[in-house]
Design a protein around this ligand. Sequence first.
Ligand SMILES: Nc1ncnc2c1ncn2[C@@H]1O[C@H](COP(=O)(O)OP(=O)(O)OP(=O)(O)O)[C@@H](O)[C@H]1O
Ligand SMILES: [Mg+2]
Length: 251
Amino acid sequence: MNPVPAVEVNQLWTAYPGHPPVLQGLDLRVEVGQHLGVIGPNGAGKTTLFLTLCGLLPPCSGQVSLFGQPLRPGQFRPEVGLVFQDPNDQLFAPSVAEDVAFGLRNLARPEGEIAAAVQAALQMTGTLHLADRPPHHLSGGEKRMVAIAGILAMQPQLVLYDEPTANLDLRARRRLIVFFATGRPHFSAGFPRSGADPGGVRSGHPVGSRSDLGPGIPSPPDGPSRPHGSPRPGSAPLTAPMIQESMSGES
Ligand SMILES: Nc1ncnc2c1ncn2[C@@H]1O[C@H](COP(=O)(O)OP(=O)(O)OP(=O)(O)O)[C@@H](O)[C@H]1O
Ligand SMILES: [Mg+2]
């Protein structure tokens, strides 16, 4: 096990301005290359956790470290990629290819490198044929895969998937599940800079959570889930976002 975890969260309290805290004393540790599922009902705080891990939502208190470096509020950490719960929040460029290139272009990477990374990410997600299409004309499932391509093009070491299979029909869901099952080896092959399997955290709901999360994440153990935080008063408990550990990448 790598002594420096990908994510280390200690006593995290997060609130939206003017509202009671959503996350109350959350502890979480994700090892490098590990795959975890976060499960909780609607409103439990899954998206809030992911927004906090990306630095988009500043914590009220507590510590968040990514790959051993403390996260500063508002700081952009390209080694962490968030696939938004709603792909419409993520896709905005006039074409799929431009959308997938956006992050790298923002980092002022050389055009040749951007073109290669975009090609690899589109290939990996099975969306190469959509490269010239406007994202807002795509189906929900196509948008989801393009949103994933945009994150993978950045070659993150950790990917946060916020309910990756939500709103997908059975066929699109299956395609995504196949992607989770086969995408990782392709990832290493596609991007020379990233030799390691990127770890991931996926969120889902208690009902049907296994299929929400995709493969690589085992079924919840019997009995009560391990508590990792306190619920917001009057809301469904975030004690439920069970952090499910996967076997993959725990070498
Ligand atoms: N911008 C906001 N301002 C105030 N409260 C918010 C805001 N965004 C979310 N909340 C509240 O924070 C709580 C947690 O929301 P969050 O979106 O993290 O839940 P979730 O677990 O992702 O739910 P879902 O399964 O529905 O996506 C909810 O009670 C929600 O109403
Ligand atoms: Mg959510």
